[in-house]
Design a protein around this ligand. Structure first.
Ligand code: IPE
Ligand code: IPE
Ligand code: MG
Length: 237
């Protein structure tokens, strides 16, 4: 079983178009599906689930769509908070949450505070997130640390660098699931995905149900991860 699953829940817009509905309808269905997949991951005892909810680049969508996505996020937090607590799920957010509308940010911070002590699963929402900006901000912090004399050039190792990322205390994702068929990572967890297994399905996010999730896990189970070594080395270890 993967210890950390990351999901790019793509295809809400295309799903809505197929139903001859507007994009908002797709985002509503997509949000409802996030609720169910989170609960399923909890039932399966997945320790960490990261969901890409909103990218740095998504800010450039039409402002009405951005507003709808922000409202859906706020509603999700208000509706799911008790459920997260009951299920002992700790909510985290990674990204530039300072850019979020005040009410969304406040609900987010409150939900994080209310669930900070819970330890049966970590639900990590990437919101206003970009892999490049995460890496840049790590570099800025490290540069300040050097100026202050906290560490020297030669102390900058992969381990130290990882400490300055949002995921500083989380394992790297074992499995990335992307729905709706796009073969790209769209600025998601660029550092952390060095050895992540990638599973892409044509199924659109609102249709990605528990059965589809199990299919992804089954494919993962049959992958041979080598981390640069030979299969013989892996078999021997
Ligand atoms: C994913 O669905 C949701 C977010 C990016 C927030 P899209 O809105 O990207 O759906 P498509 O890609 O247009 O179908
Ligand atoms: C990736 O989906 C981001 C989220 C799911 C939040 P996009 O729909 O924004 O990705 P691109 O634009 O197709 O790469
Ligand atoms: Mg998309």
């Amino acid at each position: 079983m993967p210890k950390h699953i990351a999901i790019i829940p793509d295809g809400n817009g295309r799903w809505a178009k197929l139903q001859k509905q507007d994009r908002t309808f797709g985002h509503m269905k997509g949000t409802a599906n996030v609720k169910d997949i989170v609960m399923f991951a909890k039932e399966l005892k997945i320790p960490v689930l990261t969901i890409y909810a909103f990218s740095d680049e998504n800010w450039e969508r039409p402002s009405q769509e951005v507003t709808i996505l922000m409202e859906l996020l706020e509603t999700y937090l208000l509706q799911e908070r008790q459920n997260l607590i009951q299920n002992k799920i700790q909510l985290r957010a990674m990204g530039d949450i300072g850019r979020l509308p005040k009410s969304v940010r406040e609900e987010l911070i409150q939900t994080m505070e209310m669930t900070a002590h819970l330890d049966e699963m970590i639900l990590n929402f990437a919101i206003s997130y970009g892999g490049r900006s995460e890496i840049l901000s790590a570099i800025q912090k490290i540069s300040k640390g050097i100026q202050k004399g906290d560490f020297r050039d030669e102390d900058i190792t992969e381990a130290l660098f990882s400490k300055f990322l949002y995921t500083h205390d989380l394992p790297d994702p074992d499995l990335l699931i992307r729905t709706s068929g796009e073969l790209r990572i769209s600025n998601f967890m660029l550092w952390q995905m060095a050895y992540t297994e990638i599973y892409v399905t044509d199924v659109l996010w609102p249709d990605f149900n528990r059965e589809e999730f199990m299919k992804a896990l089954h494919v993962f189970e049959n992958r041979k991860r080598r981390f640069g070594k030979t299969q013989e080395q892996m078999d021997g270890s």
